[in-house]
Ligand binder design. Structure first.
Ligand code: PHE
Length: 339
């Protein structure tokens, strides 16, 4: 018996297991009720009385050693497992998708930035408007086609509740609530009842500008617009003003810039003319100033309005307007800019 005990003591000191199952097998082999050590305890009754003390001591030692060794290995496995379960702080994190700004926002921000450098501040107003701010204050005669159901979305049966068709409505609000000098930019979404195609949509975005003070002339308007065109499209850009008509400006003009795609020599985008139209403008009609409570004998002003989609097309060559509102991330994630 003594030999068997020392054999087992030797064995136990060298126990090793590769995984939890092997360890459990060892525990069963040595420590379970039918295990090696238990059977030695069972045989203990046969040990001669004078040796019981010594053999008993050895047996207890064996049992303690085996129990300790197995507990030690168990602790090692548990520590290893805990390590495997813990987050690996050295791992590269999953790439986090950060969004990009919408191209229309980028361009709007750039336009706002350019005009803010010459003193314009931002004014905003509601998209659901009344007839007065969108049309009447701006000198639209009652029978003007823009008021027609064809163009304007009405919100209720009452024709006085409608979606603004231009952000000039914000200009009416500013003129009635502030005293000149007024120098504001009105960016925002506008709505028109148009069939949706690659070149038209039922909503789009504008930035309109308004400057009212004493002695404002058409030359001031032209200078501001030339500055804008060069800042937006580059120093080589030229502008051209063509006479036009808007109910709220007199005289009125439309502004073209030299086509920045072909450099003015003619291409499909500018229909071989070398010029592309980008905005409408003019001197604020005295009737509009008066309607909004501004003395037209003392003050004059200019206004302009441009389409953000149009400028974005020119800048980024987006061929289909509908892409701006489809929220396809493959399209949107291409736009990275300082704005
Ligand atoms: N409000 C006009 C439009 O929506 C643009 C414009 C603004 C024209 C200011 C002249 C002056 O088409």
């Amino acid at each position: 018996m003594r030999d068997r005990i020392s054999e087992l003591l030797e064995e136990v000191s060298k126990l090793s297991a590769e995984n939890a199952e092997q360890l459990e097998a060892l525990r069963i082999k040595y420590l379970s009720k039918k295990g090696e050590i238990s059977s030695l305890f069972n045989d203990f009754k046969n040990v001669a009385a004078d040796q019981k003390r010594e053999i008993g001591g050895l047996l207890n030692e064996l049992k303690t050693k085996a129990t300790e060794r197995i507990a030690e290995m168990k602790a090692e496995f548990e520590a290893k497992q805990a390590q495997a379960d813990a987050p690996d702080v050295t791992r590269t994190p999953d790439p986090i998708e950060v969004g990009t700004r919408h191209p229309l926002s980028l361009v709007k921000n750039e336009i706002v930035d350019i005009f803010s450098r010459i003193g314009f501040s931002i004014a905003e107003g509601p998209e659901v408007e009344d007839d007065w701010h969108v049309f009447s204050a701006l000198n639209f005669p009652p029978e003007h086609p823009a008021r027609d159901m064809q163009d304007t979305f009405f919100i209720t049966r009452d024709p006085d509740v409608l979606l603004r068709t231009h952000t000039s409505s914000v200009q009416s609000r500013v003129m009635t609530s502030q005293k000149p000098p007024i120098r504001v930019l009105c960016p925002g979404r506008v709505y028109r009842n148009e069939a949706i195609s690659y070149r038209a949509h039922c909503f789009f975005h504008q930035v309109e500008g308004l400057y009212i003070d004493k002695n404002i002339s058409f030359a001031d308007l032209k200078q501001a617009l030339l500055y804008f065109a060069k800042e937006m499209f580059g120093e080589q850009t030229q502008i051209r003003l063509r006479p036009s008509y808007f109910p709220f400006t007199e005289p009125s003009a439309e502004m073209d810039i030299s086509c920045n795609i072909c450099g003015g020599v003619g291409c499909a985008f500018c229909k071989n003319t070398g010029w592309v139209e980008i905005l409408g403008c003019g001197m604020v009609d005295p009737a509009v100033l008066e309607a909004c409570g501004i003395d037209s004998k003392v003050y004059s002003g200019y206004a302009f309005g441009l389409g953000v989609e149009r400028i974005t097309n020119l800048k980024y060559r987006v061929k289909d307007l509908r892409m701006f509102s489809e929220n396809d991330v493959r399209f949107l994630e291409q736009f990275k800019s300082a704005y």
